[in-house]
Design a protein around this ligand. Structure first.
Ligand code: PAF
Length: 280
């Protein structure tokens, strides 16, 4: 496995790979890898002959009071996991490599960027869209792999890819969960044992919504109220949002249909967790 730290070298690797007839896959990450990331890598391996994983804790997607400085950084362990998966390249640039001093160009996906997490975390999706656009320009992948857990991020990046006519396919992989239902997240490691137990309420709320929808209740308000009632059982967990939205526009729906995104975000202690469900 090769470690690449510059954009120029990554681009050369990608172009050479394609010249050899290999399809290039990119898995963008911020490191602190877990089985959810590994599922993305395996999806990339199954589809592409040349796979790069980026590890970059992107400062522009964190707000001033967010966890940028304490975000878990486990580079050696991450590389060991990626090597075991047969990844070809780890791209681990410095902040200066990704952002020239004085860089003032950003990618903003209007509208979508201020919905769901974008409402609670102003500027977050501008940072995500900007860094992912830069990663796409550097790696020139044929396919890029993202997890459904970040469903709003997926909507923003799909729109960006479409609007900029970027020549690649976004592949969205299912949420990976612990056996008890907790969605895997790098931030789960912040949770104390009691918080870890409280965090299960996110999955319980979504499961209740799925059951209710399958029973025939399609009223979004009623489904959201049901989820809020489940959250009320864990008073220490503070809801950020519970929404039923169209996954393409992230706009609220009144009537849920198959494909509607039910998304939740909540604070468990000082840790903000997100989870979601696509109604089927
Ligand atoms: O989902 C993430 O880990 C990040 O938002 C991403 C896509 C790697 C951009 O920094």
């Amino acid at each position: 496995m090769r470690l690449i730290e510059t954009i120029a070298e990554l681009r050369d690797w990608s172009r050479l790979s394609r010249a050899w007839g290999r399809c290039v896959g990119l898995v963008p990450t911020m490191g602190a890898l877990h089985a959810g990331h590994i599922a993305l890598v395996q999806a990339a391996r199954a589809r592409c002959q040349a796979v790069a994983v980026s590890i970059f804790v992107n400062p522009t997607q964190f707000g001033p009071n967010e966890d940028f400085s304490r975000y878990p950084r486990t580079f050696a362990a991450d590389c060991a996991m990626l090597e075991a998966e047969g990844v070809d390249v780890v791209f681990a640039p410095s902040v200066e490599e990704m952002y020239n001093p004085g860089a003032s160009t950003f990618v903003e996906v209007d509208g979508l960027s201020s919905r769901l997490d974008g409402l609670s975390r102003p500027g977050h999706f501008r940072g995500v869209a900007t860094v992912v656009a830069k990663l796409f320009l550097a790696a020139e992948p044929d396919h890029a792999f993202f997890g459904q857990k970040d469903a709003a991020q997926v909507a923003v990046l799909r729109r960006m890819t479409r609007d900029l006519a970027l020549p690649l396919e976004l592949v969205v992989c299912p949420i990976v969960r612990e056996p008890d239902g907790l969605a895997l997240s790098s931030r789960n490691r912040y949770l104390s044992p009691p918080e870890r137990a409280q965090a299960l309420v996110l999955h319980r709320a979504l499961t209740a919504v799925a059951i209710e929808f399958h029973a025939g209740n399609t009223r979004a308000d009623s489904l959201k109220s049901l989820a809020a009632a489940i959250f009320a059982v864990e008073p220490d967990v503070k809801i950020d949002y519970i929404e039923a939205v169209d996954w393409e526009t992230l706009l609220p729906v009144q009537t849920a249909i198959p494909g509607t995104l039910i998304a939740v975000a909540a604070w468990v202690g000082t840790t903000r967790l997100i989870d979601n469900l696509i109604l089927s």
